[in-house]
Ligand binder design. Structure first.
Ligand SMILES: *[C@@H]1O[C@H](CO)[C@@H](O)[C@H](O)[C@H]1NC(C)=O
Ligand SMILES: *[C@@H]1O[C@H](CO)[C@@H](O)[C@H](O)[C@H]1NC(C)=O
Ligand SMILES: [Zn+2]
Length: 490
C-alpha cells in the first residue's frame, strides 16, 4: 500500500536533522544574519513588556525548582505549585480572569464583546524535565501573557472578537508518571479515567498527588476539566524549536507544519537472580545482558530500517521517505537488586520512538517486538513490552499556519534594521518533539510558532534563546491577535 507523506508537498527536504525536518518553499539559504541587529527604537514593538519583562519572568521561573542547583518541576511538585501561583499573578497583571482546574492547569481568560463566541486558546507547559532549560514550555506561557498585557495596556483587551484564554499546562513532559500530556489531554478530553491510577517511581498515584494538593480526583472532576469542542475556536502554541534549523537559517521564528508521532514503551525483562561469583555463565538467565541485546537491536532498527523492513510499495512495503526522521532512544534503565555482585533478577527500560509517518512507526514497533521476543526466548528470560504513551502524528491547520506566518513576518519586519533579510518566506518546520498541541489537536485546530534556540540545544541547562527573539515571539503573537482577533483591524 502506498503511505502518503503529507509534509513533503512533493518537494524534497533540503536538510534533515534528527529532531525536525524542514520544508522550504522559495527560501534561499544563507540570507539570514544569525543574531541580526534589532532596532527597538520604535514604540510599536513594545520591547519593555514583550522582551524585557518577558525575559525577566522567564528568569524568575527558572529559579523555581525542586532541584538543588538545577531546574526540575514535575507534575504538581512543590515547585510546580509555586510556579503556578506566580503565573496566576502575571495573568492577573495582564487583566485576565484566572483559575486553576482540577488537573492543576492554570488558566487566564479575557472575555470579548461577544462572550459566547468560540475561544482562542494559547498555551504551553509549566512542568520541566530534570536538569531542564529555562525556555522549554515557559517561553510560550510568558509570551502569551505578555502579548495580552500589551493589549490591556493599550486599551484593546475589550476589543477582542472572541474570548482569548492562556493556559499553562500542568504536565507535558511526563517525567513523573511516564505519560505525557496529563494536563492538556484532560482539557482535550482524551485522558482516560485510568490515568488517575498510574503511579510514579515511589508508588504514588496521580489520584493521590491530586488529593494531596486538595484537588478532587474523580471521574466528575475529569469531566469538569474537559472543554466542549463547540466552545473552542483554535489553539496556538509558541515553543522553542529544540532543534538547530532556524539558527542555521538565520531566522528567529518559524511556522510548524506538523508534529511527529511518538510511542513510549516500557520493557520489563525478568531473569533469574543469582550470585555473581557462583552461577556459571552457561546457566545464567541474565536480564541485563538480554536488555543490552534488545537495546542494540533497537538502535540497528532505527538506524537502518531498510535492513529490516521491505520498501517495495507494490508489495505492501513502505516508501523510503516514510521512515525519514525515525528516531529511537533508551533513556532510562533500572535493575533489581542493582548490586555489583548480583546477577539482576529484573531489568526495566524505556523506549521512545518517533516518526512522522504513523504506519511506519507501528511497523518499527511490531518488528522490534517480534525480534525482541526471539532474543528473550533464546536467552530464557521473560520480556513484556508495554505501551505507555502513544500519540499520532499531527498536522497543523493550514489557515492558522498562514496567519501565524504573516504575523511572524510582520513582527520581524518591524523589529529588524535588516528587515530586508526577512522579506522571504518564514521557514516551515516539522517538529520531532511532542507538544501540548498534539493533545489539543483532539479538541480543535492547532497552529504553532517555533523560536530559534542556540545550537538547537534543549532539555539542558545550556538551552538559550536571545532576548530579542523572545521579544520577536511576543510581537508575532501580538500581531496575530491584532490581525485576526480584533473588532477593528489596527
Ligand atoms: C517466565 O515465565 C514463565 C511462565 O510464567 C515461568 O514459568 C518462568 O519461570 C519465567 N522465567 C523467568 C526467568 O522469570
Ligand atoms: C519494573 O517495573 C515493574 C512494573 O512497573 C515494577 O514492579 C518493578 O519494581 C520494576 N523493577 C525495577 C528494577 O525497576
Ligand atoms: Zn516543551
Amino acid at each position: 500500500m502506498a503511505i502518503s507523506f503529507p509534509w513533503f508537498y512533493g518537494s524534497k527536504p533540503l536538510l534533515l536533522f534528527h529532531v525536525s525536518i524542514l520544508l522550504i518553499s522559495g527560501l534561499s539559504l544563507g540570507t539570514g544574519t544569525g543574531t541580526g541587529t534589532v532596532d527597538y527604537g520604535s514604540d510599536e514593538v513594545f520591547a519593555d513588556v514583550l522582551r524585557d519583562e518577558a525575559v525577566d519572568r522567564i528568569h524568575q521561573l527558572s529559579k523555581i525548582s525542586d532541584g538543588d542547583g538545577y531546574l526540575e518541576r514535575t507534575f504538581l511538585s512543590p515547585a510546580s505549585i509555586r510556579a503556578a501561583n506566580l503565573i496566576l499573578s502575571w495573568m492577573q497583571d495582564a487583566g485576565l480572569r484566572t483559575w486553576v482546574d482540577p488537573m492543576g492547569n492554570v488558566h487566564g481568560r479575557t472575555e470579548s464583546v461577544n462572550p459566547t463566541a468560540e475561544a482562542l486558546l494559547i498555551g504551553s507547559h509549566l512542568d520541566t524535565v530534570i536538569d531542564a532549560g529555562m525556555y522549554d514550555g515557559t517561553l510560550g506561557i510568558i509570551c502569551a501573557i505578555s502579548a495580552l498585557k500589551v493589549l490591556k495596556n493599550t486599551g484593546k483587551l475589550d476589543e477582542l472578537v472572541r474570548p482569548v484564554e492562556v493556559i499553562a499546562f500542568s504536565d507535558e513532559e511526563g517525567v513523573r508518571f511516564q505519560t505525557t500530556f496529563l494536563g492538556s489531554a484532560a482539557i482535550a478530553g482524551i485522558l482516560p479515567e485510568s490515568a488517575l491510577k498510574i503511579s510514579d517511581k515511589n508508588g504514588v498515584t496521580v489520584e493521590e498527588v491530586l488529593k494531596e494538593n486538595s484537588f478532587e480526583a474523580t471521574e466528575e472532576s475529569l469531566t469538569q476539566v474537559k472543554y466542549d469542542p463547540k466552545s473552542v475556536w483554535g489553539y496556538i502554541e509558541l515553543h522553542i524549536e529544540q532543534g538547530p534549523l532556524l539558527e542555521s537559517l538565520g531566522y528567529p521564528l518559524g511556522v510548524v507544519k506538523g508534529i511527529a508521532g511518538q510511542t513510549r514503551l516500557k520493557v520489563i525483562v525478568r531473569g533469574s537472580q543469582g550470585h555473581a561469583g557462583t552461577v556459571p555463565m552457561f546457566m545464567r538467565q541474565d536480564p541485563m545482558a538480554a536488555s543490552a541485546e534488545l537495546i542494540i537491536l533497537l538502535e540497528s532498527l532505527c538506524k537502518h530500517p531498510e535492513n529490516f523492513l521491505t520498501y517495495d510499495e507494490k508489495c505492501g512495503g513502505f516508501p523510503k521517505e516514510s521512515l525519514t526522521g525515525l528516531v529511537c532512544t533508551v533513556g532510562e534503565i533500572s535493575s533489581w537488586p542493582s548490586a555489583s555482585n548480583v546477577i539482576p533478577g529484573q531489568v526495566n527500560f524505556t523506549i521512545d520512538l518517533r516518526a512522522i509517518d504513523d504506519m511506519a512507526r507501528e511497523a518499527i514497533m511490531l518488528e522490534f517486538s517480534n525480534r525482541a521476543q526471539q532474543i528473550c526466548n533464546k536467552r530464557m528470560v521473560n520480556c513484556t513490552i508495554d505501551r505507555k504513551h502513544n500519540a499520532e502524528a499531527v498536522k497543523c491547520d493550514p489557515l492558522l499556519s498562514e496567519q501565524l506566518k504573516y504575523a511572524a513576518r510582520s513582527a520581524l519586519g518591524k523589529m529588524s534594521t535588516e528587515a530586508a533579510n526577512y522579506q522571504h518566506e518564514i521557514p516551515v518546520l516539522m517538529s520531532g518533539a511532542g507538544h501540548d498541541s498534539m493533545a489539543m489537536s483532539h479538541l480543535t485546530k492547532i497552529g504553532m510558532l517555533f523560536i530559534r534556540c542556540r545550537g538547537g540545544v534543549s532539555h539542558s541547562p545550556d538551552e538559550f534563546v536571545l532576548d530579542d527573539d523572545v521579544g520577536a515571539a511576543g510581537l508575532a503573537l501580538l500581531k496575530f491577535l491584532q490581525n485576526n482577533m480584533m473588532i477593528s483591524v489596527t
